[in-house]
Design a protein around this ligand. Structure first.
Ligand code: 13P
Length: 262
């Protein structure tokens, strides 16, 4: 059985000493859980020092982005090749990269391919904007984002991919609009169906699908309980050690209640 995946996306927050302190606090609160995988995605600059501090039985690292070429004259970029020994995962196609850095479908496809080529697991983010949501275009958007991003992979390679459904309108709403778990479930099923249509049932069952969008410790359970939801991708609440460790504990409780009742 796959482990529940809880990912902290620290976005462009925390310098090296702040990140080190947060890791220390999380280490105090989070035990080694056999059925939970906790992944931290700090800024690029902080990956290296954190990798020396981290207890690898409890935490894994992810980068928030990388460049699709392996090496060359690309001033300012960091490649997947350079991240190989440092991270298990790279977040690709986050809505903030799509919106602020104009990453289009083809760029994201190239990054997913580069990630897999370098032996790193992609966490591919997909999701519709507020306008697309209200225009009834969610399925078309999800279809285009999923199908294009995976198009350079084989079905064997796809099995390892993680897809995070993050509706843009539900990200960092700070008490505002939240996606309803029932609606999230429908979109997650739709995402798996896109994978199944192209790469078969086995691939669709094996890929992991996460939810992200204003998840904190008080509402995490509602999403983690969704059938077919393999975990959550957490932004704002991951900067707070109480809230983030609370999400990990919710995931642990849920797994163990379910297993006890089986
Ligand atoms: P919030 O949890 O702040 O909504 O961020 C979600 C996100 O973008 C994680 O990648």
């Amino acid at each position: 059985m796959t482990r529940t995946l809880i990912v902290a996306n620290w976005k462009m927050h925390l310098n090296a000493s702040q990140a080190s302190l947060l890791l220390h606090r999380l280490h105090e609160r989070i035990k080694i859980y056999r059925d939970i995988e906790v992944v931290l995605a700090p800024s690029m600059l902080v990956l290296q020092p954190l990798s020396l501090q981290i207890d690898r039985r409890k935490f894994r690292l992810a980068a928030q982005n990388a460049y699709h070429k392996d090496e060359g004259a690309y001033t300012g970029e960091v490649s997947f090749t350079m991240l190989q020994d440092l991270v298990h995962y790279v977040i690709i196609g986050h809505s903030e990269r799509r919106i602020y850095f104009h990453e289009d479908l083809d760029t994201i496809r190239d990054k997913v391919a580069a990630c897999v080529r370098n032996g790193i697991t992609p966490i591919l983010c997909v999701g519709e904007t507020h306008e697309e949501h209200h225009a009834g275009e969610t399925r078309q958007v999800l279809h285009d984002q999923v199908v294009t991003a995976l198009s350079d992979l084989t079905s064997d390679e796809i099995e390892d991919v993680v897809i995070a459904y993050e509706p843009v309108w539900a990200i960092s709403t700070f008490g505002g609009e939240l996606a309803k778990p029932d609606d999230v479930k429908k979109q997650m099923t739709f995402i798996r169906k896109q994978v199944e249509d192209l790469y078969g049932k086995a691939a669709a069952q094996k890929i992991r699908v996460l939810y992200g969008g204003s998840v904190d410790n008080s509402i995490a359970r509602g999403y983690l309980e969704i059938e077919g939801c393999d975990g959550v991708l957490v932004g704002g609440a991951s900067l707070n050690y109480h809230k983030f460790s609370g999400i990990v504990h919710e995931a642990y409780r849920l797994r163990n209640e379910v297993e006890d009742s089986e």
